[in-house]
Design a protein around this ligand. Structure first.
Ligand code: ZN
Length: 256
């Protein structure tokens, strides 16, 4: 069985002491591709270093995360733009809207998200979307770009049944992580009727560990718990969940 981990911050400080063990553990669980979303310019060097250490298994994205859209967002965007012109990335991400922590830069978040979606079209790359407390706004903003052929993933999907069907209606995939294993989160219910072809797996490591690791540092190997939960919800054997979600992920990240 092989799996693809579509979203893990394994280049972050939390893994600096034991990254080799973490990657080995992912590989021994059949997870042979790990996609790493970018955050802001301060994390690029460490992300690219991980990619250089594991060129067959770890792939970098490029982008400015909505929570890092601050006073200096224009400089940050210039850095993203220059990297995009320099080399190939797996996707533009994670990008989107986050009105949960802080709405001071709401307008700049919109501007940043739209600009990066346009770059994704220009470079023919998929996007990986982060949205929090902004699902309706995010879907509205993505819609015109989706019509122009933009594809990607709504990472860490935890919305309603209606949002799920709006998202797949635009041709976007849903990224399922640890939240799927949480009782009362409602994600299982929201994705129950969504066809498997629209689902991919992720962890968002080091955050959001699935049950039974909830509260601990998350890592790609724990994604198996998410896959097991999805198999249970869909009434499918685990190997089928592995096959379909891997095929979906490969279709999205077509270049790597
Ligand atoms: Zn993330």
């Amino acid at each position: 069985m092989r799996f693809i981990e579509t979203h893990a911050h394994i280049y972050s400080e939390e893994f600096s002491q034991d990254l080799a063990i973490i990657v080995k553990s992912a590989l021994s669980n059949g997870i042979d591709k790990i996609y790493m979303p970018a955050i802001d310019s301060t994390a690029i060097d460490s992300m690219l270093a991980v990619e250089a250490s594991y060129p067959n298994n770890c792939f970098a994205m490029m982008g400015l995360h909505p929570c890092y859209v601050k006073e200096n967002y224009k400089e940050e965007l210039l850095i993203v733009e220059s990297w995009l012109s320099k080399r190939k990335f797996a996707a533009i991400g994670e990008i989107g809207l986050d009105f949960y922590w802080d709405t001071t830069f709401k307008q700049q978040q919109y501007e940043t998200f739209e600009l990066q979606m346009q770059w994704a079209l220009d470079y023919d790359l998929p996007i990986v979307i982060h949205t929090r407390n902004a699902m309706g706004e995010t879907i509205e903003l993505v819609k015109p770009f989706a019509k122009k052929g933009l594809k990607g993933i709504f990472h860490c999907f935890s919305g309603s049944k209606e949002s799920a069907s709006d998202i797949i209606g635009m041709g976007f995939h849903l990224g399922l992580g640890g939240v799927l294993t949480y009782k009362n989160a409602g994600v299982a219910e929201a994705i129950k009727e969504i066809p498997m072809e629209w689902l991919v797996l992720e962890t968002d490591a080091p955050y959001l560990s699935p049950v039974p690791y909830r509260g601990k540092r998350n890592e790609p190997a724990y994604m198996i718990e998410v896959a097991k939960k999805l198999a249970e919800i869909k009434g499918l054997p685990l190997h089928e969940v592995a096959e379909i979600t891997s095929m979906n992920a490969e279709g999205i990240f077509k270049t790597t």
